[in-house]
Every structure is written in structure tokens, then in C-alpha cells.
Design a protein around this ligand. Structure first.
Ligand code: HEC
Length: 140
């Protein structure tokens, strides 16, 4: 049988550690944005160039790339290149924070259309999109 002390110990453990791991990310948009970009959406797979070894080039993180894959059938609007997403990029200057956030929320760029494949159409929450924009903006 699970005793009262056991339950108290589990509760104490959860209380002690849960706020650390969850709260930190929720209250820090940069950490949240980095997590969403790198661990959930994996933007780096297409927006970071690769070294000759095939590994992602950490020195050019999210600075745009020539894709290292292609579809097995013809896709007319396929883009072989992805743009630089970092703070000082032309894209950031043209679209501004608001344009990037809106694009991630609605899937539509400031011209009103979706991006060409293989760029996925994301429809994120405003909060997650803002966190991603903040993270991208912070990148050199
Ligand atoms: C599967 C590959 C892939 C992934 C994953 C990916 N992208 Fe892209 N992205 C592209 C390509 C290719 C383009 C160029 C398409 C175009 O210009 O229409 C692009 C274009 C863009 C553009 C410009 C769109 C336009 O209409 O000009 C933005 C902004 C962007 N990506 C942001 C992101 C962000 C942020 C993430 C992660 C949340 C991400 N991308 C994930 C491949 C990808």
C-alpha cells in the first residue's frame, strides 16, 4: 500500500522540481523560442548550412542554406535555398518582428501568400510565434 509519507514525498519532489523546469521556459521567451526552433520545429535542418561531414555548421546557425535533399518527383515551386533567419538578415529588416510572428501564426508572409515548399506552413499560437521571433532576433 502507498503510505501517506510516500505521497507527501512525491508531492514534495514534484513541487520542488516542476516549477524549475517548466517555469523557466515559460517566463523566458528566448529559452522558449530556442526550444521550439531547435527541438520542436527543427528550423535548423533547412536553414543552417552543413559542413562537408554533413553536420550542421554551428558557426552559421540559421543563416540560410542550400538544402541537401530534394523531392523524388517534380515539385514546380520547390526552393533549393532557405533564407537567413538571424536578427541582422535582410528578411528581418523587410518583415520586422511583426511580419515574422504573423507568418508563423497565419502561415502567410507579408505578401499574403504561403512560402514555397519545402517550407512548412506553421499555424502557431501568438505566444510561441513571438518567442521564436525573439530567439531568431537574438542570433548574430
Ligand atoms: C523542411 C525545411 C524547412 C524547415 C523545417 C523550415 N524551413 Fe523555413 N524555409 C525553407 C525554405 C526552402 C524556404 C524558402 C521558401 C520560399 O522562399 O518561399 C523557407 C522560407 C522561410 C521564410 C521566408 C518565407 C517567405 O515567404 O519568403 C521564413 C520566415 C522561414 N522559412 C522561417 C522558418 C522558421 C522560423 C522555421 C522553424 C519554425 C522554418 N522556417 C523551418 C525550408 C524550411
Amino acid at each position: 500500500m502507498i503510505g501517506r509519507n510516500h505521497i507527501t514525498a512525491v508531492a514534495a519532489f514534484v513541487l520542488a522540481f516542476a516549477p524549475l523546469s517548466m517555469g523557466q521556459e515559460a517566463s523566458d521567451p528566448l529559452a522558449r523560442g530556442k526550444y521550439l526552433v531547435e527541438q520542436v520545429a527543427k528550423c535548423q535542418y533547412c536553414h543552417t548550412p552543413r559542413l562537408a561531414s554533413g553536420e550542421l555548421d554551428k558557426a552559421s546557425w540559421l543563416k540560410g542554406a542550400e538544402l541537401d535533399f530534394a523531392p523524388t518527383h517534380e515539385v514546380k515551386t520547390w526552393h533549393k535555398k532557405s533564407p537567413d533567419l538571424t536578427g541582422a538578415s535582410p528578411l528581418f529588416k523587410r518583415w520586422a518582428d511583426k511580419g515574422i510572428t504573423n507568418f508563423l501564426v497565419t502561415g502567410k508572409n507579408p505578401r499574403g501568400g504561403a512560402a514555397d515548399p519545402p517550407m512548412p506552413t506553421y499555424t502557431m499560437t501568438q505566444q510561441d510565434a513571438e518567442a521564436i521571433t525573439a530567439y531568431l532576433k537574438s542570433l548574430p
